[in-house]
Write a protein that binds this ligand. Structure first.
Ligand code: NA7
Length: 540
C-alpha cells in the first residue's frame, strides 16, 4: 500500500511496528523478521542511522572504541568489518549501519519520511492503532519504540533568532550538505560533548571562533589513533571474551573498573592511578577508583587532577581557570572525550566568553547580545543538547488503557518497569528507555540486550498462545523506587545535568537512567523472564 492509499483511510496490519531506524530498529527488524513476525520500521528521517544520521556536526565521533561500539550478534559481521580508527567518526559509523542494513536485506521493510504522531491502545483487540504525520495508519499487536535517547534536539528558543542574518545550525540536526566556515566569524553556544568535539574542527577552519560557555565540562583525551590491522586482529581473536566482559560490566565496556576505594592508596599512588587512566584516555578515567562516583573526597581529588591537566594545556591562566569545572563532581555530567579541545584555546583565532553569571539575552541580526555587549558573527552554532531519554517517547501522543496519555502519566517523572515497559501501556516496549542503563553505558551493548529481551518476550507470548503483556503497577512502583534509591546513593544528583532533566525547562528533576550497571541489570531482566515474566500481567 502506498502513502496515498493510506491517506484514503487504509490501515496496514503488522505483528509489530518498530519506530526508528537507528541501531535499535535495525537489530529489532532483523531479529523479529527471522522469527517470522511481520513488521515494519518507520523512520522520520529519509534514511537509516538514527542519532548517527542527524549528528553530522564537524568532528562528530563516538566516544566508545569502535571495535566494541558495534553489533555482536553476527560473528561474520564482527570478523569482517574494518574500523579505520580507535574511535569512529560519524560517517564511518553511518557506513557501518548501512552495511548491516544491506547485508541483512533490511531496507525492504523500512519506510522513511514517516513520523509517528499518535499511538492508541485498543483494549478490546489488544492492538495499537498508529497514525503518522503523512496520514499512514497501522494496526499492530506490538509497538516497539526504538526512538533513541538523544534524538530530540533542544531547538534554540532565543529571542530574536529569526532576525539573525547569517546562517545558524544546531549540532543535533546538522545539514547534509557541506558547511564551510572558512573566512567566517563563528559563535558557538554550549560546551557539552557536541561542542567539545566540534570546537577544534571549526576553529581550524573559521577565521574567528567565539565559544559561549555557561558551565565548563570535564573532558578526557581520546588519544585517538588509526587502528592497525594487527591491533584489530587482536580484538577479533578475543571477541567472544571481550563481548562477554562488556555484557557483565558496569558501563558495557571493557575498561578495568577498579573496585578499590581511593583511601586504600597513598596520595602518590592515587595520582599514579589517575595519571595512568588519563594516559589510557576516554571513560577509563571514570572508573579509576571504586568510590569515584560515591565519595565526595575521592571525586574532588580526581576533579582537581583534571584541573591540573587543563592548566598545563591552556597557555592563558585566566582562560584555563574558566575552563576548570568546579560546579559539579567529575563524571556526574556525561564525561566528554576530546581531541585537542583544551589546546584549541591556545589558538589566536579562538576566544572564550564566560556566561556563567550572565545569559544570552537575544540573538540580533548581526550576532548576539550578552548584557550590554553585542558580538557580531557570520554564523552561529547551537550545541545546546537534547530533551534526553523521554523527549522522543513523549513526542508521540501515546494513549494507553483508560485513555491515559504517556506524557501526562510522566508529568512527575518517567515511570517504567525495567526501563522497557510501562503500566497501562500493554504490548509497548521502549528500547533503552528511562530507568534502564542506556546512556550510562555503551549503547550498542544496551541496545542488543534490550532488543534480545523484547524479541524473546514477544516470541514467548506467541509460543504460549498469549497476546498481551503489561507490567503491574506494583512492579513499576518498585522499579522506580529502586532506580531512585540507586541514584541517590551516588554523587550524580549533585550536578545540573541532562541525566537529571535539568536542561529542559519544566522537566521534573529526577535521575533518568539506571545507575546499577549493565551486568547487574541484565541479570535482573533475565531473572524476570526466567520466572515467567515476573512483575508483568500476561493475557490472551
Ligand atoms: P549537552 O551535553 O546537553 O550540552 C549542551 C550545552 O549547551 C551545555 O554546555 C549547556 O550549558 C549549553 N546550553 C544549553 N542551553 C544554553 C543556553 N540557553 N545558554 C547557554 N548555554 C546553553 O549536549 P551535547 O549535544 O553536547 O551532548 C549530549 C550528549 O550527546 C553527550 O553527552 C553525548 O552522550 C552525546 P549547561 O551545562 O546547561 O550550563
Amino acid at each position: 500500500m502506498t502513502n496515498s492509499d493510506a491517506a484514503a483511510g487504509g490501515v496496514r496490519n503488522f505483528d509489530a511496528l518498530i519506530v526508528g531506524a537507528g541501531f535499535s530498529g535495525i537489530y529489532l527488524l532483523h531479529r523479529l523478521r527471522n522469527l517470522g513476525f511481520s513488521c515494519l520500521v518507520v523512520e522520520a528521517a529519509d534514511d537509516i542511522g538514527g542519532t548517527w544520521y542527524w549528528n553530522r556536526y564537524p568532528g562528530a565521533r563516538c566516544d566508545i572504541q569502535s571495535m566494541i561500539y558495534s553489533y555482536s550478534f553476527s560473528e561474520e559481521l564482527e570478523q569482517e568489518w574494518e574500523w579505520p580508527s580507535r574511535f569512529a567518526t560519524q560517517p564511518e559509523i553511518l557506513e557501518y549501519a548501512e552495511h548491516v542494513v544491506e547485508r541483512f536485506d533490511l531496507r525492504r521493510d523500512m519506510q522513511f519520511n514517516t513520523r509517528v504522531t499518535d499511538a492508541t491502545f485498543d483494549d478490546a483487540a489488544n492492538r495499537w492503532a498508529i497514525d503518522t504525520e503523512l496520514g499512514d495508519r497501522f494496526s499492530v499487536q506490538y509497538l516497539v519504540m526504538a526512538t533513541g535517547c538523544l534524538s530530540t534536539p533542544r531547538r534554540p528558543t532565543f529571542k530574536g533568532l529569526d532576525s539573525f542574518e547569517g546562517d545558524w545550525y544546531h549540532t543535533g540536526y546538522w545539514p547534509h550538505e557541506a558547511v564551510d566556515f572558512s573566512g567566517k566569524t563563528v559563535g558557538i553556544i554550549g560546551t557539552g560533548s557536541s561542542a567539545i568535539q566540534s570546537i577544534p574542527v571549526i576553529a581550524a577552519e573559521a577565521d574567528q571562533l567565539t565559544v559561549f560557555q555557561r558551565t565548563p565540562n570535564f573532558s578526557i583525551p581520546a588519544w585517538n589513533e588509526p587502528l592497525t590491522p594487527e591491533a584489530a586482529q587482536r580484538w577479533m581473536d578475543d571477541y567472544p571474551a571481550i563481548r562477554q566482559k562488556a555484557r557483565e560490566s558496569t558501563g558495557g565496556d571493557i575498561y578495568f573498573s577498579n573496585p578499590r576505594p581511593m583511601a586504600e592508596y597513598s596520595e602518590d599512588e592515587a595520582r599514579a592511578v589517575l595519571e595512568q587512566r588519563w594516559n589510557d584516555g576516554a571513560f577509563n578515567y571514570q572508573s579509576a577508583f571504586g568510590d569515584m562516583l560515591s565519595n565526595p573526597e575521592t571525586n574532588r581529588f580526581a576533579s582537581e587532577y583534571v584541573h591540573e591537566k587543563i592548566r598545563q594545556r591552556v597557555d592563558n591562566p585566566a582562560v584555563a581557570e574558566l575552563l576548570c569545572p568546579k560546579q559539579h563532581p567529575v563524571g556526574t555530567k556525561r564525561l566528554c572525550v576530546d581531541t585537542n579541545y583544551y589546546e584549541t584555546y591556545n589558538r589566536n583565532n579562538v576566544a572564550l566568553v564566560d556566561i556563567s553569571n550572565d545569559s544570552i539575552d537575544e540573538i540580533t541580526p548581526k550576532g548576539l547580545r550578552v548584557g550590554a555587549t553585542e558580538y557580531e558573527f557570520d554564523a552561529l552554532v547551537f550545541a545546546t543538547g537534547f530533551d534526553a531519554m523521554t523527549g522522543a517517547l513523549t513526542a508521540v501522543h501515546m494513549t494507553g488503557r483508560d485513555g491515559v496519555v504517556l506524557k501526562e502519566k510522566w508529568i512527575d517523572g518517567p515511570r517504567t518497569y525495567l526501563g522497557i515497559a510501562v503500566a497501562g501501556f500493554p504490548n509497548m516496549f521502549a528500547i533503552t528507555g528511562p530507568g534502564s542503563p542506556s546512556v550510562l553505558s555503551n549503547m550498542l551493548v544496551s541496545i542488543e540486550q534490550h532488543v534480545d529481551w523484547t524479541v524473546d518476550c514477544i516470541a514467548y507470548l506467541r509460543d504460549h498462545g498469549l497476546d498481551c503483556i503489561e507490567p503491574t503497577m506494583a512492579a513499576e512502583d518498585n522499579w522506580v523506587e529502586h532506580v531512585n534509591e540507586t541514584a541517590d546513593a551516588t554523587l550524580y544528583p549533585l550536578a545540573n545535568s541532562w541525566y537529571m532533566g535539568d536542561n529542559i525547562p519544566g522537566k521534573l528533576r529526577i535521575f533518568t537512567p539506571y545507575v546499577g550497571g549493565v551486568g547487574v541489570y541484565r541479570k535482573k531482566c533475565d531473572e524476570v523472564a526466567a520466572n515467567g515474566y515476573e512483575g508483568f500481567a500476561l493475557g490472551g
